[in-house]
Structures are given as C-alpha cells and as structure tokens.
Unconditional design. Structure first.
Length: 218
C-alpha cells in the first residue's frame, strides 16, 4: 500500500507543485486586497479544495497513457488496494487544499478581522468545498473504471457539474426543511448533514469502484 501511495504522489506531484505556486501568488493577492471583498476569499478557498482534488483525479489518465495501470494489474497487488490507494490519495490532496484554504482565511482574519457576514459562513465554505470534492470523486472513479480512460477530462467536468448539482440540491432541500431564516444551529446541522452524505457517497463509490475494477480485464 505504501508503494501505491508513493506512486500516486509522484503521478500528481509535478502538477500539484505548479498549482501550489499559482495558488500562492493568488493567495498573496487575495489576502492583500480589501477585506470587504469576501467573494475573493470564498472563491480562493473553494478553488484550493477542489483544485487539488481535480489534479489528483486527472493523474489516473497519465497512468493509463504510460501503461503503468496495466502493469499493476499483473503485479501481485490486490485490486482492492489499488482502488483504495486512489481514494486515500484523493482525501490526502483534499486535506492539503483545506489547509491552504484555511491558511488564507486565517491570514485574512489576522490582518483585517473576520471577513464574513455570519459566523457560520466560513464553515459553510468548507462544507461546499469538501462536499464538492467528495461528490466529484464519488462520481468520477466508477465512471473512469467503467471504461472512461480515453475521456477522463470530460468525465472530470461531468463529475464536477454533478457535484455542484448535488450540493445545490442538498442546499435547496435544507432551505425547504428549515425555512429561509435559518438559525446558526440549523445552518451547522444542515452543513454537517451534507458532509455526512458526501462521505457516505465517497465510501459507497469506493465499494462500487472496487467491484467494477475486480471485473476489469487485463
């Protein structure tokens, strides 16, 4: 498993370094502007969390082109472990994105004070970013292993749109359930429910992907 995880890191590393450099420059700009422009910090945080997840998913295409993925099928490695390594890598890169997003938010708060309208806003930004990344992964991996290696870029786009749709649908349901004027407790409860659903979808996607991959021909 350690070898698989290391290989996944190497597959993503070059693009992750480039994306990190871009986000560092963008982060300096975002933190340096007027704190009233909260839309910039929200957009930056979401981009951090989803960006690393997209890069991790896109690395599967590189492995497919290099034939490394076919070699792993002939190696003495359980297919469950191969799939597990991808899902764990996806979670790890999401955590890196969360850390970078949190750093930018913390610096903005340090320099200018709390930039959001409500105390729960920063929590909901994380809910949207984490939820979108997990739902995207939950949609992408099964589709990829169903035979979408040649269309991975399109599948990533479709998965992102699907993730956005799920988040919007869940938010709409929560607004209908709690009403338009939600209390802080209700907002936190709704956000926690979305996160639980995202984690559950990610786990079920793992089980489905394992099942698909176990039937994949050499």
């Amino acid at each position: 498993m350690k070898g698989l995880l290391k290989n996944n890191v190497y597959a993503v590393l070059s693009n992750a370094k480039l994306f990190s450099a871009m986000m560092l420059v963008l982060g300096i700009f975002v933190v340096g502007i007027d704190h009233d422009a909260q839309i910039f910090i929200i957009g930056y945080m979401l981009l951090c969390m989803t960006g690393f997840s997209v890069i991790a998913a896109a690395s599967l295409r590189r492995e497919s082109v290099s034939k490394w993925s076919k070699y792993k099928l002939t190696a003495p490695i359980r297919r469950t472990d191969i799939v597990k390594s991808y899902f764990l890598s996806q979670m790890a890169w999401l955590c890196i994105g969360m850390l970078l997003a949190g750093t930018a938010a913390a610096l903005s708060i340090l320099f200018y004070g709390f930039p959001f309208d409500k105390d729960t806003d920063i929590f909901m930004v994380y809910v949207v970013g984490i939820g979108l990344s997990l739902f995207m992964g939950a949609i992408f991996f099964p589709l990829f292993y169903l035979g979408g290696e040649e269309r991975s870029e399109i599948l990533i786009g479709v998965s992102l749109l699907g993730g956005v749709g799920v988040i919007m649908g869940a938010s709409s349901l929560m607004n209908r359930w709690f009403g338009p004027h939600m209390t802080a407790f209700q907002i936190m409860t709704a956000g926690a429910a979305i996160l639980v659903c995202a984690l559950l979808a990610f786990f079920l996607s793992f089980l489905l992907t394992v099942r698909i991959f176990q039937k994949k021909e050499l």
